[in-house]
Design a protein around this ligand. Structure first.
Ligand code: PGA
Length: 254
């Protein structure tokens, strides 16, 4: 990564509500795609970006934008998801909340693996995904944030050099995600995630979304740290020159 030690100050935009914040980000994406119809988007899953995706669907329905030539790369995907939970895969999430509702060509939507892939701890090479991303770059990367400061599934302790790879999920992430499963035991223990390096080196613009009081501590870490702190992976964003943090008033750390 260039300028590895240079620290930038992220922009902060805090809104009264989730809706206002989501509309703000949705509009940036619509404008980008209208300017560059073959834009490449890095996408996230979880509750956080749902409002943005619903803005995009509405804009498409009103014929204000077309995703026909857009390419997308999702941040992460579970590994070895039990078949009864296939609607918890991130591919399903994207299809349900965005892809099936707009005119995107599914051949242009990419994930780092298939959720039902068998866990193979010996498989170390996920470099194809990075190579594809390096080739096209990401015009716009949307990120959520974990309560523990993770971005994608880059959990505390992740290095700045990390690339797309298989990762074990931390107890805190398994607990947070257990709300979608019958029990914590059913939550997959591994995922494949873009690495911190993948995100920082290839994104032209990053918008990190954080909503609700549970995210405030992680955003505080981003404000209070003056350089990358491994305990809070989100602080890697201090090394990128074009980051905007979009939050609601409950998550506002300022
Ligand atoms: P959430 O997850 O959007 O469901 O809160 C965000 C994340 O863990 O990155």
């Amino acid at each position: 990564m260039n300028n590895e030690n240079k620290i930038y100050k992220p922009n902060f935009k805090c809104f009264e509500s989730y809706q206002q914040a989501s509309d703000f980000v949705g509009k940036i994406i619509v404008d980008l795609v209208n300017q560059k119809p073959n834009a490449v988007l890095g996408l996230a899953t979880g509750d956080t970006p749902l409002g943005v995706y619903s803005f995009l669907v509405k804009a498409y329905e009103k014929k204000e934008v077309s995703f026909k030539n857009v390419k997308t790369f999702n941040l992460d995907e579970y590994v070895e998801l039990k078949s009864i939970y296939k609607d918890q895969s991130y591919a399903f999430f994207m299809s349900h909340n965005l892809f099936s509702k707009v005119d995107i060509n599914l051949k242009n939507t990419f994930f780092p693996n298939k959720s039902e892939d068998k866990l193979d701890l010996n498989k170390k090479d996920y470099s194809e995904y990075d190579k594809e991303i390096e080739k096209t770059k990401l015009d716009f990367q949307i990120l959520g944030i974990g309560q523990n400061g993770h971005i994608g599934f880059n959990e505390p302790g992740t290095s700045l050099e990390s690339k797309t790879r298989l990762v074990p999920l931390t107890d805190s992430t398994i607990k947070a995600n257990s709300r979608f499963f019958a029990s914590e035991n059913d939550v997959p223990k591994y995922a494949v995630t873009m690495g911190i390096q993948t995100i920082l080196a290839n994104s032209k613009q990053i918008v990190l979304l954080a909503f609700g009081k549970n995210k405030k501590e992680a955003l505080k870490a981003l404000v209070n740290n003056k350089s990358f702190n491994k305990d809070w992976p989100c602080t890697a964003l201090l090394l990128h020159p074009n980051v905007t943090i979009v939050c609601d008033k409950e998550a506002n750390p300022l």
